[in-house]
Design a protein around this ligand. Sequence first.
Ligand code: FAD
Length: 186
Amino acid sequence: MPLKKGVECVGGIKPPITIDDKEKVVILSNGEKYKYDLLVVTPPARLPKPFEGTPLVAETPTGKWTAINVYTGRSLKYDDVYLPGEHSMPYAGLPAAGVPVHFTALASAAAITGELLGQPVDPAQINAMTCALDYGDVGMMFNCDIKLDLSGNKAAWVGNCYSILTSPLGKLIKDLFYKTWLATTM
Ligand SMILES: Cc1cc2nc3c(=O)[nH]c(=O)nc-3n(C[C@H](O)[C@H](O)[C@H](O)COP(=O)(O)OP(=O)(O)OC[C@H]3O[C@@H](n4cnc5c(N)ncnc54)[C@H](O)[C@@H]3O)c2cc1C
């Protein structure tokens, strides 16, 4: 779909890359060159500086992230610390995105409430992750089903994603997504 708009998507690129802003060309590490008119560079998600060097952090295959219990967002190190945030998602096997952060924050709040009340609670941690995209002419939605592996402390979703909708209606859903769900539940 982006191709119809004259946008070419190039994925799976590993650093280092070089940007020649005089020639307006991006040079990949394998020597491939891509000319650009407008270049928008998004830095990857990373551990926020205040966490660096603290005992809240653990090494993972994808780098250093805060270490949590996948079900509640509770710190693995300190019982009275909860870490629902982009910085803990990769540790739990979730993507660094707002939707899983949102559900983990709700799970943390429920776990704290349960402790205050002295009652067991269902933290209602994430079991599905829906994404809405606006492509200009149409909107798209896809969903990923999520299975929590509590003994392995991981959320599994890769390979469980599927498209729900490609339609102009999807643009409206994206709009509603921001104006209602995000605005009223956060
Ligand atoms: C343009 C854009 C679109 C996005 N769209 C989506 C989407 O459609 N779906 C989705 O799931 N995700 C989306 N995301 C990602 C999502 O917004 C983030 O994953 C999510 O907001 C992360 O939440 P967080 O609470 O971890 O961090 P943040 O929301 O970044 O909150 C961190 C807060 O900490 C504050 N802070 C930083 N340093 C300090 C400090 N030293 N002391 C005190 N406070 C500090 C910051 O000011 C900030 O308020 C999008 C992100 C962007 C940028």
